[in-house]
Design a protein around this ligand. Structure first.
Ligand SMILES: [Zn+2]
Length: 692
C-alpha cells in the first residue's frame, strides 16, 4: 500500500512528460540566485558555455553549480519546486477539511484520512496488529489452490500501459482496465507481469558490479524486514525469496519490449489460461480477484504470465508463503511503526535512489490522501488555485497549438493524402481536458475511519480496484481523467484520443500571465505540443480517431516515419549520462519524437499569434532565443547518481538534459545561437530529425 514511495516511476508520461516538464526560475531557491520571479532565470545561465556545445549548460550552468538537491529528494528542478509548492498548498487545504465537517462528506473523509495517517503514536501502539488477520490467512495456505486464491486476492488496479505508463507492480500480477484496443467502445481487463520487489528485471540480472551490490543489499533488506516482524530464519528465507524473485525476473519481458503495443494486445479467453499458462490454478486466482465471470482478458506479456504461472507450481509452497508474508509487510510499511518505515526508506529510497533523508510525515500523508481521495482533494485545489481566467488562457493556448499542428499536417510533403485526411480527423476529435475533469469522481462508497490508517489505505485500494472492475460492465467514459488536478504533470490517453493537463502544471514558471507569452510557448507550449504529438507518434500512429488499434498510415508513410525514428534512436543512444551507460534510444523513442514535434509545433503556434508584430526582446534576448531558453530552463533538473541510473533503466523518458538538447533538431535554433559545424550539438541539416 505504500504508494507514495514506490521505487518505480509511477507516472510515466509525466515524470513523464511532466515530471519532466517544469521550467524556469520560480521558487525561493532560484530567487535567491537572482532570478526574477517572472520570466526567465538569466542569472542561472552560464554564458561561458557555447550554446552549440552544450545548450543545457548554457541555459542552466550556474543554476546547476549552485543548487543543492533537498535532502528528502532524489532529484530537483522546476517540476520538483512546483511539486513542493503544490504539496504545501494541498496540505493546508486538507488540514482545513477537518473533523468538524459532517460525517460522510468528502471534507470529513479527507480530514480523517490525513489525520489517521499523521497519528504516528497510535500507529506505533498498534504495531503489526492491523496485519495480523492477513498474515494468518497466509499461514493457513495449505495447497496450491489456496495459494492461487491468496495471489488472486492481491490483484489491484495498479498498472497502466498507455496513459500513465506505470508498468510496475509488486503484486504477482497487475490489472489495468481500459478501452479494448480492438473495440474501443468497451472496456477490457489487461493483465500485466509483476512480482518483483526491485524496480525492473535488470536489477536482478544485470552483471554489473553496481547491480550486484544492490542485490546484496536487497537480500539484507528482506532479512531485516522479516526480523522486524519477528519471523525466524530470516536469512535463509531472504535467500529463498530473493531467488524466487530472480526467477520471476528471468521470465519478465523487458521494459522496452513491454512498450510495443502490437506485442501486448493478446486476447485470451478465461478457458485458455490453463493451457497457455499452465501451473497456476487460474479459476481460483480469478475467482479470488473478483473476476470469476470475466470471459476475456488482454495478456500484455504472455511469456511472463506463462513463466510466472509455472513458478507457482514448481517452487515449494513454503517459499511462496514466505514471499507473500514479506510482500504483505513490505507493501504496508508506510502504515506501520517507524522501524518498518525506516527500513523501507533505507533500501527503496536511499539505496535505489540515493535520497539521504526521508520526507517528513506530512508530505507522505498528503500523497497518501491524494492517492485515496485524489479528485475530492483536487476539487478543493482548483477552487483555490486555478481561476477561470487561467483555464480560459490555457484553453486558448491549446487551440493555438492544435491549429498549428493542423497546418503542419497540411504541409507534410511525404505523407499520402489519405493518411493526411485521417490525421486531420484524429486531430479534430482529440479531446483536450484543461485543469480538471468536467465530472468529478464519486467517493460515497469509500469508508474512512478515523484512527485506522492501515484499514483506510487498504479500503482505498480496494475501492479503486472495484471502481475499475465495475467499468467492465459499463460504457466507455471519454471524460474520465488519468491524473489528479493537483499533480504537476500531463498525459496523453491514446485509446481515448484525449489529453489531460492538470491544474498544477499550469502555473508559473511553466505558465505565467505576468510575462511575455513567448516564454510560455517555450515552456508549457512545448509540453502541450508534446502531448498532442503523442497522438501521432510511433504509438499514436497505431490508434485511429476512435482509439481502435489500427494502423491508419500507408506502408510508405510508415516507412518514412520509421526511418526518422531510427535516426532519433541513434541520436539518443549516443548520449552517456555516465561513462558506463547510455540512454536507451528505443525505450525512449515515443517521448523523444513527442519532444521534437512538441517544440516545433509550439514555435509555429507562437509565431501564428504574432500576426506580423515584431518579436519581443527581454533582457537583450530575441523572441526566438527566449523561446528556446525557456524550453531548456523548463528541463533543468539535478539528480543523485543512483536515481539517474534507475531512471535510465526504468523510464520511458530520456534524462532531462538530453531532452533539452533536442533543440538541435530544429533549424530555427541554429541562427539565433550562432551554432556552427564542429560544435558538439551541431547536426548537418539532413541529420536533423523532423517527424512532423
Ligand atoms: Zn510524453
Amino acid at each position: 500500500m505504500s504508494r507514495s514511495d514506490r521505487p518505480a516511476a509511477r507516472h510515466r508520461r509525466l515524470s513523464t512528460c511532466a515530471a519532466a516538464v517544469a521550467i524556469a526560475a520560480l521558487a525561493p531557491l532560484c530567487l535567491a540566485a537572482g532570478a526574477s520571479d517572472h520570466g526567465l532565470d538569466f542569472a542561472g545561465m552560464d554564458p561561458s558555455v557555447a550554446p552549440g556545445d552544450d545548450f543545457f549548460r548554457y541555459a542552466n550552468g550556474r543554476w546547476l553549480a549552485t543548487t543543492e538537491i533537498p535532502a528528502d529528494r532524489s532529484s530537483w528542478g522546476v517540476s520538483g519546486q512546483l511539486a513542493e509548492l503544490t504539496l504545501q498548498r494541498t496540505a493546508e487545504l486538507i488540514r482545513a477539511a477537518d473533523a468538524a465537517a459532517a460525517p460522510g462528506t468528502e471534507a470529513r473523509k479527507i480530514g480523517d484520512y490525513y489525520a489517521s495517517y499523521m497519528d504516528a503514536a497510535h500507529i506505533e501502539q498498534l504495531g503489526l496488529t492491523p496485519l495480523a488477520p492477513l498474515l494468518k490467512d497466509v499461514e493457513a495456505i495449505g495447497d496450491r489452490a489456496a495459494l492461487a486464491r491468496a495471489l488472486g486476492a492481491t490483484l489491484r488496479a495498479d498498472v497502466d500501459v498507455l496513459n500513465n505508463t506505470n508498468l510496475y507492480t509488486e503484486n504477482l500480477f497487475g490489472l489495468w482496465v481500459a478501452q479494448d484496443l480492438n473495440d474501443p467502445t468497451r472496456y477490457s481487463p489487461f493483465l500485466l507481469q509483476g512480482g518483483l520487489g526491485m524496480p525492473d528485471r535488470d536489477y536482478y540480472l544485470n552483471p554489473s558490479e553496481k547491480m550486484a551490490d544492490i542485490r546484496t543489499r536487497y537480500q539484507a533488506h528482506i532479512a531485516a524486514v522479516l526480523a522486524l516482524a519477528h519471523i525466524t530464519g530470516g536469512k535463509e528465507k531472504a535467500a529463498r525469496i530473493f531467488e524466487l524473485e530472480r526467477r520471476i525476473a528471468e521470465v519478465h519481458t523487458s521494459r522496452a519490449e513491454s512498450e510495443e503495443v502490437l506485442k501486448g494486445n493478446n486476447h485470451w479467453s478465461a478457458e485458455e489460461f490453463p493451457q497457455r499458462a499452465p501451473g497456476l490454478d487460474w479459476p481460483a486466482f480469478f475467482g479470488a480477484a473478483g473476476l470469476g465471470k470475466q470471459q476475456e482478458f488482454v495478456v500484455w506479456q504472455p511469456g511472463a504470465v506463462s513463466g510466472i504461472s509455472a513458478l507457482t507450481a514448481s517452487v515449494p509452497l513454503e517459499t511462496w508463503k514466505d514471499y507473500l508474508r514479506f510482500h504483505l509487510i513490505e507493501s504496508a510499511s508506510g502504515f506501520l511503526p517507524k522501524a518498518f518505515v525506516a527500513e523501507h526508506f533505507a533500501f527503496h529510497q536511499r539505496v535505489l535512489s540515493g535520497t539521504p533523508q526521508q520526507q517528513p510525515r506530512w508530505k507522505r500523508a498528503v500523497e497518501e490522501t491524494n492517492a485515496a481521495l485524489g479528485e475530492a482533494v483536487g476539487k478543493l485545489y482548483v477552487a483555490r488555485y486555478f481561476p477561470p481566467e487561467e483555464k480560459a488562457r490555457a484553453e486558448e493556448m491549446v487551440r493555438n497549438l492544435v491549429a498549428a499542428f493542423a497546418v503542419r499536417i497540411d504541409r507534410l510533403d511525404w505523407m499520402a493524402a489519405a493518411t493526411r485526411a485521417k490525421a486531420k480527423a484524429k486531430l479534430a476529435t482529440l479531446r483536450v481536458g484543461v485543469g480538471y475533469p468536467d465530472h468529478w469522481r464519486d467517493y460515497s462508497g469509500l469508508e474512512v475511519v478515523r484512527g485506522d490508517a492501515f484499514g483506510n489505505g487498504r479500503r482505498a485500494e480496494l475501492f479503486e480496484y472495484h471502481h475499475n472492475l465495475a467499468k467492465l460492465s459499463q460504457s466507455v467514459d471519454r471524460g474520465e481523467w488519468a491524473m489528479n488536478p493537483q499533480l504537476v504533470n500531463a498525459v496523453n490517453l491514446p485509446a481515448m484520443n484525449a489529453i489531460n493537463f492538470p491544474a498544477a502544471i499550469l502555473q508559473p514558471p511553466n505558465f505565467d500571465p505576468q510575462r511575455d507569452p513567448v516564454m510560455d510557448y517555450g515552456a508549457i507550449g512545448a509540453v502541450i505540443g508534446h502531448e498532442i504529438s503523442h497522438s501521432f507518434d510511433d504509438q499514436g500512429a497505431l490508434f485511429d480517431s476512435t482509439g481502435r488499434l489500427q494502423n491508419w498510415w500507408t506502408k510508405e508513410d510508415f516507412a518514412h516515419f520509421e526511418a526518422a525514428g531510427k535516426r532519433l534512436i541513434e541520436q539518443f543512444d549516443g548520449y552517456h549520462p555516465f561513462p558506463d551507460i547510455h540512454v536507451n534510444g528505443r525505450q525512449t523513442l515515443s517521448e523523444n519524437i513527442a519532444d521534437v514535434a512538441g517544440l516545433a509545433v509550439s514555435l509555429d503556434a507562437w509565431r501564428l499569434t504574432r500576426h506580423g508584430r515584431p518579436p519581443p526582446s527581454v533582457g537583450g534576448y530575441s523572441g526566438e532565443q527566449l523561446f528556446f531558453l525557456s524550453f531548456a530552463q523548463a528541463w533543468r533538473q539535478k539528480f543523485r547518481e543512483p536515481e539517474l541510473r534507475r531512471r535510465v533503466v526504468v523510464d520511458g523518458h530520456a534524462p532531462p538534459e538530453f531532452r533539452a538538447d533536442t533543440v538541435r533538431n530544429l533549424d530555427a535554433w541554429y541562427d539565433p545561437f550562432k551554432v556552427v559545424p564542429g560544435q558538439r550539438l551541431y547536426l548537418a541539416p539532413p541529420d536533423r530529425v523532423q517527424v512532423w
